[in-house]
Design a protein around this ligand. Structure first.
Ligand code: BES
Ligand code: MN
Ligand code: ZN
Length: 501
């Protein structure tokens, strides 16, 4: 299915006699068993290297010793910082750094004196770091590829760590599903191809429905179809359901009768040329990842199903390609959306909000969810506002916004709340239709959010504009360069913290 997850085994500490060894070292604790054993076996080389490298165990600090003796190819010390400040996310990052440092070795072990759930988090970080999309590299030499095949996590309670790792592994799997989708080029990952990949996730226990052009026309998805009409590729809307709370194991007592589900909606523009309002050529190749909001929703649903989350969740993605052609939509066109509201098209490059408009209205009408959260690479203006550090969050509900903000901080996929308001909404006034879909350049991400808000029908809602977050050009501890799958870990954390019973 998704790219393979690194093979990870948990075991009690025994000093390895080959391969690489990573020592996790905190700033404020005495050297542990592993450090002592490695130091003794190398006649004090570890102590000398840490001394010479001024290694203090600070967070993010590392020290690499090549061929230190005792049969090892390398020993890497990774700093954890102060134990009291060691958050779950910091542990994951340490795991990511550890994996990053030993990618040239076929076998590696990492040892640390942490609790079982921390060692599991460490393993998760390592697995996340080792993602690679190399389907289309047919000529890469073996010596140029990362070699790491197995990682042994050496700790005091390996059985407990292994148990704690099982749900985290499902989240990694979900992240990889999303990264694979986002990495695929537009000629391969068309709307139909992406829908087919969603369908494969039925094997996880997800219920999948796929709506094609006929169904969408019958329903009256005029906004989504208007975007799609210039493309030779057919649109799809995929409805994914994970009923982990209401259909789960019986006999747990106090079962409510079908509480409302929670819902996630994704923008899935498999390629965004801009349409008739065509984009400049430079950098247009990036627009293969204009389906990353949908990718994150699909990855999240895979994660929730994979770890059997006790929640009822709906994921809906609107999949289209935005192309210029003789059949393409024109600026000035007026379309009737699924909600019945009419929209004057100003710039065919503002297509994502049109897709979301129909899908959001459909979602609240059909499922009456507790709330809807949409994810979209919606505006360049969002990148101008927050760069590549935070996703932009817009919400009509303070509690929902606070929960999302907290999940962002905890997961490391950070969010920053942006304003909504009457004055921005006024920018959408049209002379011919109920509204236009573009409000002009100032506050462009905000007027886009205002537009979307007109299609949530009063439902609790948050809109995450993740345009700056879905692709990265440099390696981070748990995110190798390329597709990030931003949103999957954030929303998995959010669900786990607030919506599982
Ligand atoms: N997919 C783009 C937004 C985008 C641009 C994401 C660059 C990542 C990098 C979106 O469909 C778009 O083109 N938005 C326009 C809206 C404008 C025409 C009102 C934009 O942001 O320029
Ligand atoms: Mn666009
Ligand atoms: Zn777009």
């Amino acid at each position: 299915m998704a790219a393979e997850i690194l093979d990870i085994a948990f075991a009690p500490f025994i000093l390895p006699t080959s391969g690489a060894l990573v020592l996790l070292i905190a700033e404020d604790t005495e050297p542990g068993e592993a450090q002592h054993a490695a130091d003794a076996a190398t006649q004090g080389a570890v102590s000398r290297a840490l001394e010479a490298g001024e290694f203090k165990g600070r967070k993010g600090q590392s020290c690499i010793m090549l061929a230190p003796g005792a049969g090892l190819s390398r020993i890497v010390a990774i700093g954890l910082g102060k134990m009291a400040e060691l958050t779950p996310h910091a542990v994951e990052e340490a795991g990511g750094r550890a994996a990053g440092a030993v990618q040239r070795d076929k076998h590696a072990a990492v040892a640390g004196a942490l609790a079982p759930c921390q060692m599991a988090g460490l393993a998760m970080g390592a697995a996340l770091r080792c993602y690679r999309f190399d389907r289309y590299r047919t000529k890469e030499k073996a010596e140029d590829k990362p070699r790491l095949a197995t990682l042994h996590v050496l700790c005091a309670e390996p059985a407990a760590a292994k148990l704690a790792f099982a749900p985290l592994k499902a989240v990694v799997e979900g992240v990889f599903v999303a990264r694979d989708l986002v990495s695929e080029p537009g000629n391969i990952l068309t709307p139909t191809a992406m829908a087919d990949r969603c369908e494969k996730l039925e094997s996880l226990g997800l219920k999948i429905e796929i709506l094609g052009p006929k169904e969408l026309a019958k329903l009256g998805f005029g906004a989504l179809l208007g975007v799609s009409q210039g493309s030779a590729q057919e649109p799809r809307v995929v409805v994914m359901q994970w009923m982990g709370a209401s259909s789960g194991e019986k006999g747990k007592g106090k079962k409510k009768s079908h509480p409302a589900p929670i819902a996630f909606i994704g923008k899935g523009v498999t390629f965004d040329t801009g349409g008739i309002s065509i984009k400049p050529a430079g950098g247009m190749e990036d627009m293969k990842w204009d389906m990353a909001g949908a990718g994150a929703v699909v990855g999240l649903m895979a994660a929730l199903a994979g770890r059997r989350a006790k929640v009822d969740a709906i994921g809906i993605v609107g999949l289209v390609e935005n192309m210029p052609s003789g059949t393409a939509q024109r600026p000035g066109d007026v379309v009737t959306t699924y909600s019945g509201q009419t929209v004057e098209i100003i710039n065919t490059d503002a297509e994502g909000r049109m897709v979301l408009a129909d899908v959001l209205w459909y979602c609240q009408e059909r499922f009456a969810p507790k709330f809807m959260i949409d994810l979209a690479t919606l505006t360049g203006a969002m990148i101008i506002s927050l760069g590549h550090e935070y996703g932009g969050m817009f919400s009509n509900d303070d509690e929902l916004a606070a929960q999302l903000f907290a999940a962002g901080t905890a997961s490391g996929e950070k969010l920053w709340r942006m304003p909504l308001g009457e004055a921005y909404d006024k920018m959408l006034k049209s002379e011919i239709a109920d509204m236009k879909h573009v409000g002009g350049r100032p506050g462009g991400a905000i007027s886009a959010a205002q537009f979307i808000q007109r299609f949530v029908n009063g439902c609790k809602w948050a809109h995450l504009d993740i345009a700056g977050m879905v692709w990265t050009t440099k390696d981070a501890p748990c995110v190798p360069k390329g597709a990030t799958a931003y949103g999957v870990r954030l929303l998995d954390r959010f669900v786990a913290d607030h919506y599982e019973n």
